[in-house]
Design a protein around this ligand. Sequence first.
Ligand code: ADP
Ligand code: MG
Length: 317
Amino acid sequence: MDEFSVIERFFKQQRVQRDDVPLGIGDDAAVVRAPAGSELAITTDVLVSGVHFPENTEPAAIGHKALAVNLSDLAAMGAAPAWATLGLTIPRIEESWLAGFSSGFLGLAEAFDVQLVGGDTTGGSLTIAVQLTGILDGERYLTRSGANEGDAIYVSGTLGDAAMGLRARNTASDRPESDHAYFIERLNRPTPRVALGLSLVGHATAAIDVSDGLAADLGHLCAASGIGAVVDVSELPLSEAYRRVLPKVGRGPALTFGDDYELCFTVASNDAPEVERLARGIGVAVTRIGHMTGHKLNWLEAGQPFEPGEYGYQHFR
Ligand code: ADP
Ligand code: MG
């Protein structure tokens, strides 16, 4: 099997055929049609085997995650995802791996009406680069930089499950615990909060997705907005499974590990009830964890200063 049959067999076959794609996979470039008057949001994320996921991760999970992390970035911008390209570098052509990977990728693409419109397939160590473009509501979008003094800080879903997923992977062989499957699923198949991001446009004053851990990502939001925050870590939303390991692991991993792909966003306090209503309407839990104030990001636990510990994975540190 050569590179062209790989594209034909595993990537060209997809259920999503958007009518704003006059030319998809197969030519030198794809052609898409942006709606008149709408700006576009463009994002890229690269996943490297052994860095962003353990080498033995199942291929469908890798395909899912490669797209999910990009969907999460567009969610944080309030964009409607539309067109993806896939730069796939694989050590060898292995049909079962490609079948799993493409089903994970294209399955999630279908759930969000994203069409894979092109890419590149090369030989080398396993690396997946996805570019995703989304359509904005005219000129409106969310940024990290608009938070104001007094705004409420929210986070969607729960934090720390992906951290426990990696921990579970590393200990699974000797003593599997009942929650391991749940944690590993949360690590492998994050749920991008696209509908929430779209509904926050016009409400949230700032937003970021939690990819590097809340401590790092809320820090980015504070820096971009030029304002500090106070967060009480006992307010952090934790899953029931995480609560069961809380006495053993503490709240540190939920704050510092990342890979949760939840949204962290700020809302003027008088708009908070409306935003909570919108979130309920789309069935996404959102939890108020603190507020924007001062010049620095302060963590508290039951009123006392709390130190999150070493955080934010940095590739070249
Ligand atoms: P070129 O050499 O002109 O860049 P390629 O032979 O690399 O073209 O690719 C042929 C077609 O297949 C192009 O439309 C390209 O976008 C698409 N393509 C290549 N690899 C992938 C992939 N992994 N996923 C989706 N489309 C792909
Ligand atoms: Mg060409």
